[in-house]
Each structure stands twice: as C-alpha cells, then as structure tokens.
Design a protein around this ligand. Sequence first.
Ligand code: GLC
Length: 541
Amino acid sequence: MLSKCRWWRDAVIYQVYVRSFLDSTGDGIGDLAGVRAGLPYLKKLGVDGIWLSPFYPSPQHDHGYDVADYCGVDPLFGDLAEFDLLMAAARRLGVKVLLDIVPNHCSSEHPWFQEALASAPGSAARARFHFADGRGPDGAEPPNNWHSMFGGPAWSRVTEADGRPGQWYLHMFAPEQPDWNWRNQEVGAEFDRVLRFWLDRGIDGFRIDVAAGLFKHPQLPDSDDPEADARTRDSVNPLAWNQPEVHDVWRHWRTVCEQYTARDGRERLLVGEVSVPSAREHAKYVRPDELHQAFFFDLLSAPWDADAFRKVITEAMQDIAGTGSTVTWVLNNHDQVRTVTRYGEPATGCSGLGAARARAAALLMLALPGAAYIYQGEELGLPEVVDLPDDVLTDPIFRRTGSRARIRDGCRVPLPWSGQASPFGFTSGAESARPWLPQPSYFAEYATDRALADTRSFWHLYRDGLQLRAALPQLGEGTLDWLDAPPGVLGFVRGDGLVCAVNFGTAPTPAPVPGTPLLSSGPCPAGVLPGSTAAWWMSDL
Ligand code: GLC
C-alpha cells in the first residue's frame, strides 16, 4: 500500500493563468508580482498548490506556450528576482508551486531554431528539429499530410540562405511553435538542464505541456486520416502522438525528481497533459516510475448525464487507480469552455441551470478518489465570455481556422477582484488601465470581494469542500462504492460512510441513504436531493 504522505496523490492544485490573474504594473497583463499578492487569497481557499502557466520569455504567439528561453522570465511578467520572491512567499504560506514546461515545441524565436534557419539542410542545427524536403515539383508540397492542431498544414516552408524556397519544418501547433526532434540527444540534454535550473530554485514540480507528444513516428509517414482537420484534442494523429519512446523521457524525468527528493525528502511532482484515446493508454503514463499524475480529461469532456459520468469514473477507477496510481480529475482549464457555460442550456432560458450543475460537478469532483485541479475563476463560478469581439481575439486557433466555435479566449478573460466596473481591481494601475481582454460588466457579480462576503457563493462552496476534504479521512485517496440510485442520480460511498450523491435531473429525488448532512451544492431539504444538486453526508447505516 502506498503511503498517504505522498502529498500529490490527493492534492488539489489551482491553475494560475498568469496573464489573467492579477496585474501589479498597470499594463493590463497579469504578472508574477500579482500572483504573489494573490497567494493569501489562494491559501484561504485551501488549495495545496498552484500551477503557473508559462511566464518565460516568449513572443506570445500562443500566450507563452511558444518559449524562446526556458530559463528566464518574460519582462511582461517580471524577472527572476520576482520569481524568487514569489517562491519564498509560497513557501512561507505552505503553497506548493508547479511550473509549466513545454517540451514538445519551442518558439521560432528560440536561439536554436534561429540557428537552424541560418544553417544548411542536413546540418546539426537543423537535426534538433524536424526539417525535411518537400514533395512534388520543386519540393513545393509539404513532406507529409499531417495537420496542425491549430488548423492548416503541420509544416511551413523556410527560405534558404540563397533566398530560394527551401526545406519544411514540422509544427504540430502554430508555425511559430516548431516541434523539437526528441530523437536528437542534445534536445533531451537541454531539457535536463532546464529541469535542474528550476528545481534548484526550489519549485515543487512541473505541469508538462502535451506530454503525449515529443516523439513522432520515425519515418514521418502520411496519416491515413488526411481529412482530419485541426482538433483541440491531441489523440487524433497516432503517428504524431503517443509514441512508445516518450515513456523513456518520463522515466528519466522521474529519476531527476527523485534525486532532489533524496536530498531533502521533499517530493517533486510531474503532472502531464496527456490526451490519449483510452483510460488504459492513459494509465501507462502514470506507472510507478513515470509521471506522478496525468490530467484525466474524460470527465471534462463528458456531457451532463449520470450514465456518462458514471462510465468515465468507473473506467478511471478500474484502468488508472486499479494500477496503483491515483486519478487526476479536472473540469476546467485555460483551453476549455467553462463548466457554468458548458453545462448550461441557453435554449431553456434558464440561466441558473449551468451554474447549479457546475456547483454540483465541483462537489462531485472533490469527493472522487484522487487529485483535482481547479482553474482560476472556477471558484467564482465565472461563465465563459462568449461575445468577445473578433478584433480582441488572440487565440491562434481563431487566426488559423477563422472559427469562433473553438476559441479559447472566452475562459481567459482577466479575473474580477473588486468594484463595479472593469478592470474590477484586476489591474492596480490607473482607472483607465485596460485588461488585455475586455471584461464584461456582469463580471461585477463574480468579483472575489463579493464572493468572499456571500456564504452562498461558489467560493464558499469550494472553500468548504476543500476544508472538509482536508479534515475527513474518507475523502482524498482511496476507493469508492456505488450506491443503488434512481435513473439520473449517481451516489457513492467513500470510506466508512461518507456519501456523495448527484442528481443530474431537474426533479427532486429521495436521498439514496439517510444521514447527517455535511455540504450541498444548493438548498437541500432533509432526505431530498433536488435537481441539479450534489450533496455530501455521513450515512446513518
Ligand atoms: C497545451 C496547452 C495549450 C497550448 C498547447 C500548445 O494544450 O494547454 O494552451 O496552446 O498545448 O502548447
């Protein structure tokens, strides 16, 4: 039996999307000093740690997921001295800090890519990336038919030193994000240096971007799904993702973390963004000598439906927890439509429905065995901002596909902290300071100062849930036993009698078993579970 002191096995981590959290300089963009100022708020909420979205020097074509220097801080967000202050403050408060590391690709401004562009075809500098000759007359066609996740071909053509159109390079995301060639040993060695650079600065671990990426099929053959358009899940092209060699990298990174633990007993955490076709495939990433955690996105993609949720949870418990690992649950992040909007049914004209369901889903997630991640603003019940005007949209997906449907700006709008009008305390600059994405006037209702003052707010639900999770031994790591429940209701027991039940329907239903109420996502008369509501109680049985 693995010991409970492995803190990450049931940790709750808060994702800080730095540019939208809190702006200390008045330029309309959140920064590291803002994160430091917000730490007491997060401590009060009760999370174990934070994951910081990328703040490294970057031209920001994909908001920092295009890294030009893996060991620095972009002046937009501060500097290394400010980073050290943030670390020290987090350490004092007992809040763990994870950094976002992006090993699948870098920025086209990265010095090694610039060197590759300036070097000849076949050079050592080009071998660190995927450069290849084109097909067809004059090599004018891309080397294969792969699509970028952000739309369009996964290849761009370069101009050689003599001014003529030349080779192509691979980018599974935007052209400004060339993919590293992990079959080249210099790449792995460079990432070792990066890991140690930050681990030496005291961080508690890494969130690994596109962790099923890195290796591509060695021959880069055509995909037999040439029609596959850009999709936001990276399980699409089996030749570009989830290659067996990637597991060796995670085994190696795990040994690097263990070396640090051996020195001071502090366990470092690796959490992977792993999008693969099945829970069984997912489980391979969290074998005991690989990643500690991997986001399990199936809950996030499940429709609001009891059977769909039960299927996802059952598979995760069997295929992931069943191997000795824990499941890492997530309902929201910076790439997805927020739950309040996702679960809403605008057609019914019932605007509170999405919020009620999102509250219920939160209690469900916090009751499940394993770890959980909360995305900033989730604890405020922020809805997706669905009506941003085209001229403010910055997501490269919009630029490359022209599609508003899949854009990710709507969940990245800067947080409201206080006051009645934008910038709602987000920026400490002049009243006229403008957040990098416009905040709608209705954000006033969601500001943190109001949320803290109102015990019926989302914030109190999350805070109470987190407090109970920390206090009750039944919650966190472990197993669950399903209860018999009517159609549309899920109920399960944790440990010796802690019950969580969720009514996915809209009509009230009797509570599956009698007991003493602990917490509910909405008003809950004794013995009844109203529609779109979740409740925790201690069973009398
Ligand atoms: C991950 C990130 C996303 C980013 C992409 C490319 O999916 O979560 O925001 O655009 O990787 O780095």
